[in-house]
Write a protein that binds this ligand. Structure first.
Ligand SMILES: O=P(O)(O)OC[C@H]1O[C@H](O[C@H]2O[C@H](CO)[C@@H](O)[C@H](O)[C@H]2O)[C@H](O)[C@@H](O)[C@@H]1O
Length: 243
């Protein structure tokens, strides 16, 4: 499969960030945005009539910083926040995170290699620097989530996260697909992680294509080997798609 063949001018393109557009790094702030990526996304955005959105577990503010000066339509925190093509931002109601935060901070105080990331409405506990603590992290976070109505536990790449139950990447993509300039287009979504599976399900129900980046079981019908391959194919598609 080559994205340049898949991405016709009548497509809408949805892109996950970490592990898809950029390579996984030791810590969230360490990711490197390759120099040509912003220009490629900007060109695709123009050539697809504005129908390009980033769908991330990160807050949208971080995505905007990484991709500056480009400010694409986006969904952040797994869909808990969303910015439409017209710039309007919608925030999902979220549950209190005190209990989850206390549980994560207590564990991190005992194990300094752990990293607590507090986002609007969600809290992630990273164990990339201490993989042997995975079970402990999952257990503590699950117990805190179970005590807090409205939160769901999400397992990601070396991370366990408490997120609003109603926030999914699938819902975010559905919302974009009801709006201009996405409505009526064939959706394509590239992602690498468990949180992206809900997005693959939605785009494929809508007659589009899910593209899994990297290895692992997936609902996605297509696969690309790595973020580097995705970036290369996006560059090729940017050069070929004529709106
Ligand atoms: O939905 P995404 O855009 O893929 O975001 C998922 C999570 O990405 C970040 O964590 C992951 O990437 C880090 C940098 O490569 C890595 O150090 C970490 O182990 C990964 O889990 C981000 O920090 C999270 O908030 C996102 O939910």
């Amino acid at each position: 499969m080559n994205l340049a063949d898949l991405l016709t001018p009548s497509c809408a393109l949805f892109l996950d960030f970490d592990g898809s557009l950029v390579d996984i790094a030791p810590a969230p702030e360490d990711v490197i945005v390759p120099s040509r990526l912003v220009a490629t996304l900007s060109s695709l955005h123009e050539r697809l009539g504005g129908a390009v959105a980033v769908i991330s577990g990160r807050p949208m503010s971080q995505i905007d910083e990484f991709l500056a000066p480009l400010k694409l339509p986006a969904a952040g925190v797994h869909g808990a926040e969303r910015r439409s093509a017209d710039g309007v931002v919608r925030l999902l109601m979220t549950s209190p995170l005190e209990d989850v935060e206390n549980a994560a901070l207590t564990l991190a105080a005992r194990h300094p290699a752990l990293r607590v990331e507090n986002k609007r409405g969600s809290l992630a506990l990273h164990f990339r620097q201490a993989p042997d603590l995975e079970a402990l992290c999952v257990q503590a976070m699950q117990a805190a989530v179970d005590r807090t109505p409205g939160l769901t536990l999400l397992r990601g790449k070396m991370v366990v996260e408490a997120k609003p139950s109603g926030a999914t990447k699938g819902h975010a993509i559905e919302a974009f697909m009801r709006e201009a300039p996405f409505a009526g287009r064939r959706p394509v979504f590239a992602g690498d992680d468990t949180t992206d599976e809900a997005g693959f399900a939605v785009v494929q129900q809508l007659g589009g294509v899910g593209v899994k980046v990297g290895s692992g079981e997936t609902l996605a019908r297509e696969r690309l080997a790595s973020p580097a391959v995705l970036r290369e194919q996006l560059e090729g598609a940017a050069a070929r798609v004529h709106a």
